[in-house]
Design a protein around this ligand. Sequence first.
Ligand SMILES: Cc1ncc(COP(=O)(O)O)c(C=O)c1O
Length: 407
Amino acid sequence: MDIKHLMNDRFKNLQGGLFLAVTKADVGEGAGNFMKAGGDIMAWADPFFPDPAIPESVQKALHEAVDDGFAAHYSMPIGDLDLRKTLCEDVNKKTGLKLDPSRNMLVTPGSDSGLLFAMMPFISPGDEIMVPDPSYPSNFLNGKLLGGVTVPVPLYEEDNYQFRMEEFEKRVTDKTKMVLISHPNNPTTTVFRRESIEALCEFVIKHDLILVSDQAFQDHIYDGIEFVHPATLPGMWERTLTVCSISKGIGLSGFRIGYVYTDDVIMDVLYGAAVNVIGASSTLSTIGAIAAVKDEEILKSHYVRLERRRRLAWESFHDIPGVRMKLPESGILSWLYIGDLGTSEEVANRIMNDAKIMVNQGTPYGAQGEGYIRIVTACFARDEDAQERFDRIRAVLMKMAEEKGLK
Ligand SMILES: Cc1ncc(COP(=O)(O)O)c(C=O)c1O
């Protein structure tokens, strides 16, 4: 019996890898089996993975919470008040906004669920969601899961992946409801410059749209590049949902704590559905997250380590014949053009087979990702351990360049 005829069109064509060999690096047994067989994963955007990475101040808070015992119980579905206060203080300090912890802040079990939840009140079947391409893969699927239509809007390497507004203008229709950006962008690490963000916000206002700004990578911006928060621009606060995380910059992805902040008219609706959609985030993680956000040394020391790491990565890859790589502008990723050596799939598979390292093919990040691979260069706690993997990847790419006659 084909049970799928009972499924809706949004879900029935999804594949998780049970019935075919899915090479997708991000989920499932494929990655687990690869690790068990001794392979290394540099495909999960998770700083210092798989090494121990809970800062001391956070460990202390967790130990106390376990001793105290209250962590066995639910926290509030919209998020524990102390955590919401801590997050609001942090955001207010960094943005100049005046978030009220009881009206503008929602804690979610990771920002992935926050991203989908942020879209739910707005997307009806047939609504169109513009998503820059390349972008975080979930951002292409979320709209479809809600019955909407994802409209990729190309970004170009020659523009340093900034927005080309004519590409948005020519795709806007009377069904367009939302623009969903990842800022800084995953996978390219691009920080959208003030000019780009202002132009996008004008477009959002002109066409009466909602902006969802996925800022999971906002914590580490390099080279003094200005980070503009779209929610702070004129006319944007009441139509922007900002989605953030402690997974990337603070490096506590296993805690599964994200947060959404927005205007109280929108937040009232999200609070109304929170218990159904979210349940509540983990109480133990909440206690750890409060300690982590309060301890400003964590971000500072991670910044130094991650900034050094992006340079090591750039030094390891940028001069390989047939490869192009810019020094990353933010975060923990490297985005390499490898199109002269093979397709994304060929090159990622070759690295997996020959170097025993899983990196990401560029194609899940959108059509513009063909010819690129993404490497999570912040994996491993020690630079030496990361460098050893970079050297193995470099050797494979050099070999491929030689085979193509580029060396
Ligand atoms: C751009 C971006 N946004 C959001 C997420 C979700 O992260 P989390 O659910 O751990 O907060 C990720 C994870 O890789 C990401 O890359």
